[in-house]
Design a protein around this ligand. Structure first.
Ligand code: ZN
Ligand code: ZN
Length: 242
């Protein structure tokens, strides 16, 4: 089954990149809910560069705008405005449209000015993606490598779309906001599926509410904290979740 291995590897790459997207880009950079030790932060940035090509300040800016205008007209990717199927299928282009707007990036990402590593490496997204494809090809084979990476890219884009589309449409709403909680989505997105909890407590590093909730990025943060490699922001209103 030559085709199974590249698909499994691609899915594993997606899982690690959703973990780093959630722990670093989302919880640490965009919401400042956790601060990682500089070495750990650099490692997470490096992995994001290799697997997503995302520019961190663009991602954080678009996401903060989503929180500021959730499901209103100015929300970059609202299923209430556009319909969940459109957001699910076109999330990548909706994101790019917002990220390409210099006013959005300037306004919502002004604390995230590029540093020397961004200028040297991390802002060159396509280079990171190319290096990953070459590395996977050397490991798996000339066609299996691109297949694994292609499968990862499609899966990552679809899962990001699902958080923005289904995570504002289907599921439970324990907090009074338009986002929803979906256990199955949380299980495959490192906890991002607890999107209603997150909109309810946006500066909490923890998205799951119960000990058995699938919140892999929180588990990573907790391990890093125990090892003295991360500092979690303390919240008065967050006591019930810790
Ligand atoms: Zn949302
Ligand atoms: Zn958020």
């Amino acid at each position: 089954m030559q085709i199974i291995t590249p698909l499994l590897v691609g899915f594993a790459v997606t899982q690690v990149s959703t973990l780093t997207t959630s722990a670093y880009l989302h919880r640490s950079l965009a919401h400042k809910a956790v601060r990682f030790n500089p070495g750990v932060a650099f490692f997470l940035r490096f992995f994001l560069w290799l697997t997503t090509g995302v520019k961190a300040r663009e991602w954080a800016a678009v996401h903060r705008k989503h929180h500021a205008f959730t499901d209103e007209e100015s929300d970059p990717h609202s299923p209430a405005q556009l319909g969940w199927i459109k957001v699910q299928l076109t999330n990548f282009w909706l994101y790019r449209r917002a990220a390409n707007d210099p006013i959005t990036v300037q306004k919502w990402g002004k604390d995230l000015a590029p540093d020397k590593w961004d200028r040297l490496m991390f802002d060159k997204g396509p280079l990171g993606l190319l290096i990953s494809t070459v590395l996977l090809s050397l490991w798996l084979g000339w066609w299996q490598g691109p297949l694994a990476f292609g499968f990862h890219v499609v899966t990552y884009v679809l899962l990001s779309g699902a958080i923005n589309a289904m995570g504002h449409t289907f599921g439970r709403r324990p907090y009074a906001n338009s986002a929803t909680n979906l256990h199955w989505l949380a299980a495959i997105t490192s906890g991002e599926g607890y999107h209603n909890n997150h909109h309810g407590l946006p500066t909490s590093a923890r998205f799951g509410a119960k000990w058995f909730d699938f919140d892999a990025a929180w588990w990573l943060i907790k391990i890093a904290e125990r090892c003295g490699l991360a500092k979690v922001r303390k919240l008065e209103s967050n006591k019930s979740l810790v």
